[in-house]
Design a binder for this molecule. Structure first.
Ligand code: TXE
Length: 479
């Protein structure tokens, strides 16, 4: 199936008529083409967004809210179609797309549709000076949203929903490897009555289409989720133009397990936090540290559970692990498994490609558990972004804290313990934007979301996102 750009509420071929093949990761076959958009297409999207802005920015909050909630309802009504499309495009189990990706995309619209009606600004009385100040939070204008392939519609809408709720108009680019649900969203937006030009979706490569969005003088803010190297490049391009930037980048998150935890809960959740979405979530707990006294038991129980995971075609009901995103990506992940062996790591389970009958050219890999000799080896330091975790024992709280923080990333950390004082001590000291205690990936959309160090700058979620997508203006009135 071929897809088109969504500009000014209509579907268009790219001006150059150049196209990119779209692969189905579950069988390695090309199943459609997507626009290879250039500067012209981005400019058309910008013009459309710019002309929609005066009216959209003055649309009442009630009306914006109504439209966003309508989009949410339509996504829910079309969950089967969207989940199927997401699974085919990405390789993720359809069951996961149905319970996580699409419901969350719908929640993003509903949440920000409601949040905008509660978004308030401050006022300050300058006592003794006969003056009152108030803060206006005005939409920025035309903003750019660039999203990755791992949670395609989930992350695309996580940016778009707050941007338009706040009154901006958007030029958005989904990942070129997972464009399908972003394309389908256009139809839904039209059906929901989103005015033409409020959302424009331009498809194409990062280095051309994405770059054109970032380089555009009049696109005043960029919200980006993707790799750390790309994030650094975008920051460099955007800085001389003083654009507002929100960068949500990679992670290499510690999962720290103390002997006093609720063992069974921890075990089940740890399998999930290691391998959900084939390990391709920036929040996955890819470095597992286990207190020595339970290390051997954990090792045995964990490997047993991992062995039971079924790698299979994404559409099969009992599949736990689907296909990885692409040929280059599976090669990258396999290369890290070779590096682990060179660094004297022991592969306790996995490490091999899996041939799924009938889909022999798909990108399937066993969930892989590596016992590493130390925390400084490359597989323990670099983001692999696949179904690969490392395990390592520790003796003392201070030791594990040191190891947990000794990476360039700082997105999330998970802590398994029933010791309250330790929970507070460690949560204070762990270098990460999100700490989960006795759970993983439990999300409340009101909370700030983002990382420290090489995991990014800025926060998304709740009012943080609405603040990002608005400019604060102080008005001082002397009376
Ligand atoms: O991401 P890219 P890739 C990590 C993960 C993965 C690595 C690379 O480690 O292996 O990043 O993945 C667009 N100007 N994460 O190559 O390239 C691109 O088209 C503007 C973590 O897929 O960063 C896509 O839409 N845009 C991450 C988006 O940026 C550019 C999720 C992300 O692509 C651009 C995904 C440019 N110059 C990968 N170059 C997470 N944090 O969840 C690329 N893009």
């Amino acid at each position: 199936m071929n897809i088109q750009n969504y500009i000014n509420g209509e579907f268009h071929n790219p001006a150059s008529n150049k196209w990119i093949d779209n692969y189905n990761p579950s069988n390695g076959e090309v199943y459609g083409q997507i626009p290879n958009s250039g500067k012209n297409d981005v400019e058309n999207a910008y013009i459309s967004a710019k002309s929609a802005f005066p009216s959209w920015s003055l649309t009442t909050l009630e009306e914006r809210s109504r439209i966003l909630i309508k989009i949410s309802e339509l996504l829910e009504a079309n969950i089967e179609r969207f989940a199927k499309a997401e699974s085919k495009d990405n390789g993720k189990p359809i069951s996961l797309a149905k319970v996580v990706d699409i419901p969350r995309a719908a929640s993003n619209f509903r949440f920000f549709g409601n949040a905008i009606t509660q978004f308030a600004s401050e006022s300050h009385e300058s006592v003794g000076q006969n003056a009152i100040n108030y803060t206006l939070r005005q939409p920025i204008g035309v903003v750019g949203c660039i999203s990755p392939w791992n949670l395609p519609l989930y992350l695309f809408t996580w940016k778009i929903a707050p941007a338009i709720a706040a009154g901006n108009c958007v030029v958005a680019k989904p990942s070129e490897v997972t464009p399908m649900t972003a394309y389908l969203l256009g139809e839904i937006c039209n059906e929901a009555g989103l005015p033409k030009g409020v959302l424009n979706v331009v498809h194409g490569l990062g280095t051309s289409t994405g770059q054109a969005i970032v380089e555009h003088q009049d696109i005043k803010a960029i919200s980006f989720t993707g790799g750390t190297v790309t994030g650094a490049h975008i920051a460099k391009v955007a800085a001389p133009m003083f654009k507002k930037l929100s960068l949500e980048l990679g992670g290499k998150n510690p999962n720290i397990i103390f002997a006093d935890c609720d063992y069974e809960d921890m075990l089940e959740s740890t399998v999930h936090s290691s391998f959900a979405n084939q390990g391709q979530i920036c929040l996955c707990g890819s470095r597992i540290f286990i207190e020595s006294s339970i290390y051997e038991k954990f090792k045995k129980d964990f490997v047993e559970k991992v062995k039971a995971l079924k790698v299979g075609h994404p559409s099969e009901k009992d599949t736990n692990i689907g296909a990885l995103i692409s040929k280059p990506h599976i090669e990258k992940v396999k290369n890290y498994i070779s590096i682990a062996k060179e660094e004297n790591g022991t592969v306790l389970f996995g490490g091999n490609e899996v041939t799924v009958k009938g889909y022999e050219n798909g990108y399937y890999l066993e969930p892989t558990v590596i016992e590493v000799p130390n925390d400084e080896c490359r597989v323990n330091q670099e983001e692999i972004f696949g179904p690969v975790v490392t395990i390592l024992p520790f003796n003392k709280e201070d030791d594990v804290l040191l190891m947990a923080n000794k990476v360039k990333f700082g997105l999330s950390a998970t802590l398994w313990t029933n010791n309250l004082k330790r929970t507070i001590r460690m949560s204070n000291q762990l270098q990460a934007g999100i700490i989960w205690v006795n759970t993983w990936m439990m999300r409340d959309l009101r909370t700030p979301f983002g990382g420290v160090k090489a995991s990014g700058v800025g926060r998304e979620g709740g009012f943080e996102a609405l603040r990002f997508f608005t400019e604060a203006k102080n008005v001082c009135i002397k009376y």
